[in-house]
Design a protein around this ligand. Structure first.
Ligand SMILES: Nc1nc2c(ncn2[C@@H]2O[C@H](COP(=O)(O)OP(=O)(O)OP(=O)(O)O)[C@@H](O)[C@H]2O)c(=O)[nH]1
Length: 298
């Protein structure tokens, strides 16, 4: 059979006239270039099917256009060009186009004290949409950190005070004795609970943004929290981490407020949504806080 004679179902009239909000493909494997790295991603791409009398979109056209991202650096301009090609190849059918890329970037992170470093993985998503309202890009990233409960810390301190009263009642304070007591498990009789915690940050990029500020977003979040999870750790690093946790006691509300204020300082974003999850070790459930600024789901 000759290619010219191949049946083209997409050109047929559908049984029911109906426009569709989104039609496309999900989970396409695609290597991209972002922040100087080659990253394996999964792509969801699609367009609206505004012509209710068209049977289907042309998926192969979206799939083939997508591969431009394999060779170019991923940035707002390359995304806008791609969505423009999606729409150009669907003239008369579609007025909206979108792409979501999901991947994981690896960043080398130095130890807190020792001259060591290791890799940390940050799951991210890039979402771009083109429609009658214009073009916009959103960036999402997940950042892991440690949170020590401030209530638990205060309760532990009180127990330590009570033990001090009991152990040093009716005796003069001896410096060496007190120092030894402070360094013993019977002195520090209680410890606060800490948990591995996650912040999911979604930001909408300002129109003037020429790059995808993924690393900048991660750095700003980790700096605001002060207790990013570590990579290579020797005892000196662990001690510095214990100090960082003690100096940054956080309820989930505290973490959300810190991140909110750090994101408000960034000029590259014109809207954001953030969610923090503290995977409680006190409870079998999570403590969660959400905050947003200018954020809508359009
Ligand atoms: N629209 C649509 N296509 C599908 C679906 N599942 C698989 N496909 C296939 O996607 C393939 C590509 O479709 P098109 O892009 O229209 O391919 P084509 O007609 O060869 O390409 P053009 O000449 O550019 O239109 C076809 O073989 C379809 O059968 C589906 O659910 N919807």
């Amino acid at each position: 059979m000759n290619a010219l004679t191949l049946p083209d179902i997409a050109t047929q009239i559908p049984a029911h006239e109906q426009a569709l909000d989104w039609v496309g493909m999900q989970g396409i494997a695609l290597p991209i270039n972002l922040a100087g790295q080659r990253i394996n991603t999964r792509a969801d791409v699609g367009v609206s099917l505004d012509d209710g009398n068209a049977r289907g979109i042309h998926m192969s056209r979206l799939y083939l256009a997508l591969h431009a991202l394999e060779h170019n650096a991923l940035n707002p301009a390359t995304l806008q060009q791609l969505l423009g090609e999606f729409l150009d190849s669907h003239q008369g059918l579609s007025q909206q186009a979108s792409i979501t890329l999901r991947g994981e970037t690896l960043l080398s992170r130095p130890a807190l004290v020792s001259p060591l470093a290791g890799w940390k993985a940050y799951p991210f998503e890039v979402r771009a949409r083109q429609g009658s309202w214009g073009f916009h890009v959103e960036l999402q990233v997940e950042v892991a950190y440690s949170s020590t409960c401030p209530c638990s810390a205060a309760l532990a301190r009180q127990l330590i005070q009570q033990r001090f009263i009991e152990d040093f009642a009716n005796q003069p304070l001896d410096h060496a004795h007190l120092l030894a007591w402070l360094g013993s498990p019977q002195g520090i009789v209680a410890t606060p609970h800490s948990q591995r915690s996650y912040a999911t940050l979604q930001v909408r990029l300002h129109e003037d943004c020429a790059e995808l500020p993924l690393v900048e977003l991660i750095d700003a979040a980790e700096q605001a929290l002060g207790t990013a999870v570590q990579t290579a750790v020797k005892r000196a690093d662990e001690q510095a981490f214990a100090l960082a946790n003690g100096q940054n006691l956080m309820f989930c509300e505290d973490a959300a407020r810190r991140l909110h204020s750090a994101l408000r300082e960034q000029t590259a974003f014109n809207a954001f949504h953030l969610r923090v999850v503290h995977a409680e070790s006190l409870h079998a459930h999570d403590a969660v806080a959400v905050s947003r600024w200018n954020w809508s789901n359009t």
